[in-house]
Write a protein that binds this ligand. Structure first.
Ligand SMILES: Cc1cc2nc3c(=O)[nH]c(=O)nc-3n(C[C@H](O)[C@H](O)[C@H](O)COP(=O)(O)OP(=O)(O)OC[C@H]3O[C@@H](n4cnc5c(N)ncnc54)[C@H](O)[C@@H]3O)c2cc1C
Length: 377
């Protein structure tokens, strides 16, 4: 049977970052995925993700991870010549009395992030495609921006291979066992033995790992549009990533056009689904929800609907992450880092998971994402 120090199951944002970090450290590592990453069957596809320094959907605990991720990506960019992150800014819009605006303002201040506060008139003057209602205010963070999803996964996997990792794609894991002497991971094609296993399965986690916490998959989507007019004002460099929270707490967001149209989406509870059977088509009802929200902030984006794709959120009861050792197996590590906000932290979590597997400790604090927090709540 093959032998490895660490087996990484799932090679999306977090598994690919982890495999790269393990291989870079000279650890004998194998990464296994049921599809051929990057692919559109999990949570890591759709060209872009947004990042910010502080606030918005994250807490103070998340900030070191977004900062470290940027450092690690800048290293990858320097070594590869591939652009992974464009710091085109991010605009977080909401009502002045909203929790989102107040907490983002406080977090930006507390963490020493660069930011400006803009009122509705200033938002429209600077970014003319946005037409916020009069009571909307924004925190603008110039260090936020657009992350390139598929190139990041591709590069991490390529570098992992170069550093000696083994990758098995299109090979579903169907079972595993752990004992004091190590772990055994069974796929449709082989059985792999290792010292430790890291499960980074996204929405598929409950299929393979039984945890004392309900984890659900939610159906979400992206839709791309060709603007009705003034297409250049929607381009990268002319408009930042933006999100707007409505008074009813729905969040709508869009990305600058990176050459494929303007990508839009919503962030609120999606339909609970099963990743095996989820409806992966974007329906008229999906588009109607988007159109209604976009009409209130960036109406000219909706010239022509170009395409849409379904993507999965993975949600825990408090909608925050799980990064922990399995409660019954000290050589099994579980990473569940999604709910629509994990990508901006992924390189740092890759480094952290590698440290946890090799050294049993981490530089950055992962205690906020322990499984134990659910037992005490
Ligand atoms: C609509 C949407 C918008 C988002 N927007 C943002 C954003 O703006 N900013 C941000 O920071 N984050 C955002 N996110 C979140 C971010 O994309 C995710 O947190 C991140 O991509 C999750 O990566 P992952 O590696 O945990 O999961 P995944 O990428 O889903 O990886 C899991 C992998 O496990 C594999 N797998 C599953 N089962 C098996 C098995 N049995 N055997 C082997 N392999 C298996 C899968 O094939 C998959 O490759 C968004 C997510 C969505 C869906």
């Amino acid at each position: 049977l093959p032998e490895h120090d660490v087996i990484v199951v799932g090679l999306g944002a977090h598994g690919s970052a982890t495999l790269y970090q393990l291989a870079k450290r000279g650890i004998s590592a194998i990464g296994i995925d049921r599809f051929n990453p990057p692919h559109e069957m999990g949570s890591t596809h759709g060209e872009t993700r947004g990042t910010y320094e502080a606030g918005a959907l994250g807490s103070a605990h998340h900030v070191p991870f977004s900062r470290r991720t940027i450092e690690l990506w800048r290293e990858l960019e320097r070594d590869s010549g591939i652009e992974l992150l464009t710091q085109d800014g991010i605009l977080i819009m909401a009502g002045e009395d909203s929790e989102l605006f107040r907490s983002t303002l406080k977090a930006s201040t507390d963490t020493g992030s660069q930011f400006e506060v803009l009122d509705a008139g200033a938002i429209h003057a600077r970014f003319p495609t946005l037409v916020p209602e009069d009571d909307v205010v924004a925190v603008y963070q110039p260090k936020g921006g657009v992350m390139r999803v598929e190139p990041t996964i591709g590069l991490q996997l390529q570098l992992a291979l170069q550093h000696g990792a083994t990758i098995r794609a299109n090979e579903p894991v169907v079972g595993w066992t752990a004992s004091e002497s190590g772990v055994e991971v069974v796929t449709t094609q082989d059985t792999y033995r290792g010292g430790k296993v890291i499960f980074a399965l996204g929405a598929y986690l409950p299929e393979l790992v039984d945890l004392p916490v309900p984890i659900t998959a939610e159906r979400q989507l992206f839709a791309w549009w060709k603007p009705r007019t003034h297409a250049d004002n929607f381009a990268l460099g002319r408009v930042p990533v933006w999100m707007l929270e409505k008074p009813t707490h729905e969040i709508i967001y869009a990305f600058p056009d990176i050459g494929t149209g303007v990508k839009t989406g919503t962030h609120f509870e999606g339909t609970v689904t099963d990743p095996e059977t989820v409806d992966r088509s974007v329906t008229d009802a999906d588009l109607e929800t988007l159109r209604t929200l976009l009409a209130t902030i960036q109406p000219d984006v909706m010239g022509e609907y170009l395409r849409g794709v379904v993507c999965l959120y993975t949600c825990t009861p408090d909608r925050d992450f799980i990064v922990d050792v399995h409660p019954n197996h000290s050589n099994v590590i579980v990473a569940c880092i999604c709910n629509g906000q994990g990508f901006k932290y992924s390189a740092a979590f890759g480094e952290t998971l590698a440290q946890l597997a090799i050294e049993g400790r981490t530089d950055l604090d992962i205690s906020p994402w322990s499984l134990a927090r659910f037992a005490s709540s």
